[in-house]
Design a binder for this molecule. Structure first.
Ligand code: F3S
Ligand code: F3S
Length: 106
């Protein structure tokens, strides 16, 4: 799992990361955004543009944010919205998914 979005994105959704991502692999949930781990090319461009400091390389995740590695991945494998989303190959064409990982939506 390359880069991961964490708690600080929730209810902020600045979206600078989406604009910066050359792989278009940052998907919009209801309350936060999620990085598709199989589509991320690990370029690191999203990390410095987030004003919330909410994006980390998976190896640099603070202890309290480690569960977000699983949460980002599960957003694409669990039954979420009309999902599972899987690997759609581009966030822009998918648009806003009006739902979140259950641990974020709660
Ligand atoms: Fe969220 Fe930061 Fe992106 S607040 S939408 S991770 S720029
Ligand atoms: Fe995208 Fe690069 Fe981040 S591929 S998710 S901007 S590490």
């Amino acid at each position: 799992m390359p880069y991961v979005i964490t708690q600080a994105c929730v209810d902020v959704k600045d979206k600078s990361c989406m604009e910066e991502c050359p792989a278009d692999c940052i998907y919009e949930g209801d309350r936060m955004l999620y990085i598709q781990p199989d589509e991320c090319v690990e370029c690191g461009r999203c990390e410095p543009v987030c004003p919330q400091i909410s994006i980390f390389h998976h190896e640099d995740l603070p202890e309290e944010a480690k569960k977000f590695e699983r949460i980002n991945a599960e957003f694409f494998t669990l039954q979420i919205g009309t999902g599972p989303l899987g690997s759609p190959g581009g966030a822009r064409k998918v648009g806003r998914v009006g739902d979140d990982h259950p641990e974020v939506g709660a």
